[in-house]
Design a protein around this ligand. Structure first.
Ligand code: ZN
Length: 72
């Protein structure tokens, strides 16, 4: 019971290698697996990041359309 208690308080389990990872660590110290998105950490693809990416692609698309329209 004690090891389960300790694991639930201060550490997470790396999904890649199964090593305990501190909740404050962004990466696993053993294998380097990123822990983003695990146990309440902010993920690499948050909703805001998704919208910025979408707007960026839309901007490139519209820019390309404008260049084509100008050069024709
Ligand atoms: Zn690991």
């Amino acid at each position: 019971m004690t090891e389960g208690f300790a694991a639930s308080v201060t550490t997470d389990i790396c999904p890649q290698c199964g090593s305990p990872v501190a909740l404050t660590d962004i990466r696993c110290l053993v294998c380097g697996m990123t822990m983003a998105g695990q146990s309440g950490r902010s993920g690499p693809f948050s909703r805001r990041t998704w919208w910025f990416t979408l707007i960026g692609f839309a901007g490139v698309y519209l820019g390309t359309l404008a260049i084509v329209a100008i050069t024709r």
